[in-house]
Structure formats: structure tokens, C-alpha cells
Ligand binder design. Sequence first.
Ligand SMILES: Nc1ncnc2c1ncn2[C@@H]1O[C@H](COP(=O)(O)OP(=O)(O)OP(=O)(O)O)[C@@H](O)[C@H]1O
Length: 264
Amino acid sequence: MAEPLLEVRSLVKVYGGRRVVDDVSFTVARGETLGLVGESGSGKSTSARCVLRMIEADGGEIRFDGEDVLALQREQLRRLRRRMQVVFQDPHGSLNRRQTVAQALEAPLKAHGLGDKAARTARVAELLELVGLASGFAQRRPDQLSGGQAQRVAIARALALEPEFVVLDEAVSALDVSVRAQVLNLLTTLQRELGLTYLFISHDLAIVRYMAHHVAVMRHGRIVEAQPRERLFAHPQHEYTRSLMDAIPVADPETEQRRILGVS
Ligand SMILES: Nc1ncnc2c1ncn2[C@@H]1O[C@H](COP(=O)(O)OP(=O)(O)OP(=O)(O)O)[C@@H](O)[C@H]1O
């Protein structure tokens, strides 16, 4: 494995006396994608939120580029937040209805005091191009965007501060199948071009297979199995992983890829 950008050791999060994240450990190599897969409620999002310090962990250790994330104070945390971003499932829900696309993309730049108005406008144009949207989208509002377009805007916003690491939390789950493929391909291209590292969260093992270099399977707050993608699919070790595989409608990888891509 390449050098890890993110290392999570024995992470614990407790809600109402229940360990919803229970001794979770994983690493994500720089420039690669770790797929975190498991049924709803298994603790995937909670683990990611702890990594991003959106919520506070109750135990364990998180290292990002060697830095002790859980020990960071305000100003250090602010610097770290530029380097780690997240894209959520609901593209429209994550955008402010009253803001134009340009305002949404400028917001993180303003929040970090980056550039003057002209520089920010230029950056907005650059970001739109990066995610395959024409410059005219800058003046649209969320209700004038399709689900796929809105998710491209959410991705552009996540990239505004040039992060190294992006959490994609069910980022394509709400999209139509054909649009889903386009957004997945966009994410792959962005990873290659910008050297991004992804934590790709999904309940859909078929999509994880398409995206991830390594896969960690989560159940009831624990990682039951973690392997390089090829090995996991060739030799699943855990019964639960096998049951997730059985739930994939088509076992043949080529047919399955066509299903994800929405081509028949
Ligand atoms: N703020 C909270 N307060 C109480 N319980 C919570 C909270 N957030 C999450 N949980 C519980 O923690 C468990 C793990 O939730 P989590 O969202 O991490 O799972 P998940 O695998 O990401 O599933 P999903 O895809 O449905 O979000 C669930 O049982 C959930 O109900």
C-alpha cells in the first residue's frame, strides 16, 4: 500500500450508551480510494464525521498526514478543514436554496479569506469547468439544477479549497442510474488529475467495487473485513461480506459494471 494519508485506530463513538462505532481501524493511502461499505446504520457516516471532526469521537486515534486530528485546537482544526472535505447524499439538500451556484462556490473561499472578488469569480469559473458545467451555471439557483448538476456543484464546492482528502458519503445514491455513472466517472477523473484521496461510503457493494482500491466492510459498528478490492471480491473472508455480494443482482463483473454505468 502507498503511504497512508489517513490512519484511524480503534475509533469509538457512543450514542445513548451504545457503541455505534466500536473499535474501528482503517487506513487510506494517498491518492487512493477506500470504500466503506455496509448496511444502513452500521456506523459508516458516524466514523467519517469523527474523522472530519464534525462530531467528537469517544475514543481512538486519527492521524491525517501524520497529525493527531483529535488533539487539534481551533486554528489548527481550521487549517485541517481546508484539506478535508465532504460530499453528502442529497445534492439539493446540501445547497442553500437562496444562493446562486456562484455564491455557493465562493462561500468557502470567503470563509477562509481567499482572494478578492475578481480572483473568486475566476475560481468559480475554474471550478465549474472542473466538474463539467458550463459557465452559465454560475447564475443558477438550486431549483434550476437537475440532481446530477446539483451534485456536480456540491463536488465543485468541496474542491474549492483544494483539499487532498474528500469523504463521499453516499454521494451518488440519490442519483438516477445514468447520471450516477457520469458522476462516478467525474470523481475518478478528478482523483487522477488532482491526486485526491477518497473515503467512499456506500451501502452498495457493486458501486464500491467500481470505485475503491481497498474495501472495508462494516457491520454493527465494527469492521468485519478489510482487503484490497480484487482480493475481497475473489476471496471474501466474512460471511457478512458474502451476503452483501449475494445481494448484488448480477454476479458477472462485466454485466454488473454495465448496470452501474446504466448501459444495456
Ligand atoms: N446523533 C445521533 N444520535 C443518536 N444516534 C445516532 C446519531 N447519529 C447516528 N446515530 C446512530 O448510530 C448508528 C450508526 O449510524 P450511521 O449514520 O453512522 O450509519 P451508516 O452506516 O452511515 O448508515 P446510513 O447510511 O443509514 O447513514 C445508527 O444506529 C444511528 O441511529
